[in-house]
Design a protein around this ligand. Structure first.
Ligand code: P6P
Length: 336
């Protein structure tokens, strides 16, 4: 039985042996993410008080206005991961290309690559709505001792060794998996420690919440339109409740606790969907499956998709298993 007073540090040590690769590197990697999240959390929590709100004026590779906190979070995670000398490569939503990290001995001996969305939902920053950090961790596939290549980042999600998110909400939580279930840790800001508050998180198989931006309804595939109307019918346990925060991490987190499904389908403005496969969909899909949920693009398992480019986008349906199954049923029947 999980000990709810356990700190994240104690939990990592206690569960390190269960992780088949461990030489302590992955534990140190999760620890470095924990540290970076505390630093970002400190800034997020006082965003309204300092001149850190508002666009920094730049645009990221997605063509989106970069909020100052986006840049701050990106720099914080990158610098922390470089300084801790644990990873050999890093990709970020905020960086056009992947970053080769030369281990201090210049021999590229580190074995892990990290892909991050440093501040997901950043459009919510100025209106004080929860935002999050999402991370995905793989072992490199090219030879140790050589610089990482794009091949190390274009791995299917089923090769992930760890994934998780930080949600900077009413409380700050770190939720992650190393393939042995999903555990949630809440930060006690008074002492700067994370405590195991949500052991063994599981999606309820069914739920009554659907999360989608219905403003895009006219652009959705017919299967999605039919599913949304199904949710709104007066029958059985329906109508469902529509809840959409505009922050993937927050919608996912609520749906995992209460039961629900999140959808970001393709549409005319987003012909391949809006969410990025490598550092949004894959890590959330790993967490979903580890928590008895499901994640697909409407047809196939997200984690079986072979990536072709660093910032590629895919349609995304994720959450309670039976709800994702129902969406796939409508996509099979009505399709595009
Ligand atoms: P829209 C944030 O930019 C994000 O990537 C997700 O966190 C969020 O669910 C979605 O995009 C919101 O997009 O088009 O509904 O504003």
């Amino acid at each position: 039985m999980a000990n709810k007073n356990q700190t994240l540090g104690e939990f990592i040590i206690e569960n390190q042996a269960a992780f088949k690769y461990t030489t302590g590197e992955l534990s140190r990697l999760i620890n470095s993410i924990r540290l970076a999240a505390k630093v970002v959390n400190h800034e997020v929590n006082k965003a309204g008080l300092v001149d850190i709100i508002g666009a920094v004026g730049g645009r990221n590779v997605q063509g989106e206005d970069q909020q100052k906190l986006d840049v701050y979070a990106n720099d914080t995670f990158i610098q922390t991961l470089i300084k801790r000398n644990i990873v050999c490569g890093l990709a970020s939503e905020e960086e056009d290309d992947f970053i080769i990290i030369n281990s201090q001995d210049e021999l590229h001996q580190n074995k892990y690559v990290v892909l991050i969305d440093p501040l997901d939902g950043s459009s919510n920053i100025d209106v004080n709505v929860s935002v999050g950090t999402i991370f995905s961790i793989f072992r490199r596939v090219t030879p140790v001792g050589t610089p990482v290549t794009i091949e190390d980042f274009l791995q299917p999600g089923n090769q992930q060794v760890a994934a998780g998110y930080v949600v900077y909400g009413t409380s700050t939580m770190l939720v992650y998996t190393t393939g042995h279930g999903v555990n949630g840790f809440t930060l006690n800001p008074a002492i700067g420690s994370y405590y195991l508050s949500h052991p063994d998180m599981q999606f309820p198989e069914n739920g009554k919440i659907y999360s989608v931006n219905e403003g895009n309804y006219l652009d959705f595939p017919l299967g999605i339109k039919k599913y949304i109307k199904y949710c709104q019918e007066e029958e059985g346990d329906r109508p469902y409740t529509s809840r959409y925060i505009g922050s993937l991490v927050s919608d996912f987190h609520r749906n995992m606790i209460k039961g629900g499904v999140y959808l970001y389908p393709k549409g005319s403005r987003n012909p391949n969907g809006k969410l990025r496969l490598l550092y949004e969909c894959n890590p959330m899909a790993f967490l979903a499956e580890q928590a008895n949920g499901k994640a697909s693009d409407g047809y196939q398992r997200i984690m079986d998709i072979q990536p072709t480019e660093l910032h590629q986008r895919v349609p995304f349906v994720c959450g309670s298993k039976n709800m994702v199954d129902k969406v796939e049923e409508f996509m099979q029947t009505y399709g595009e």
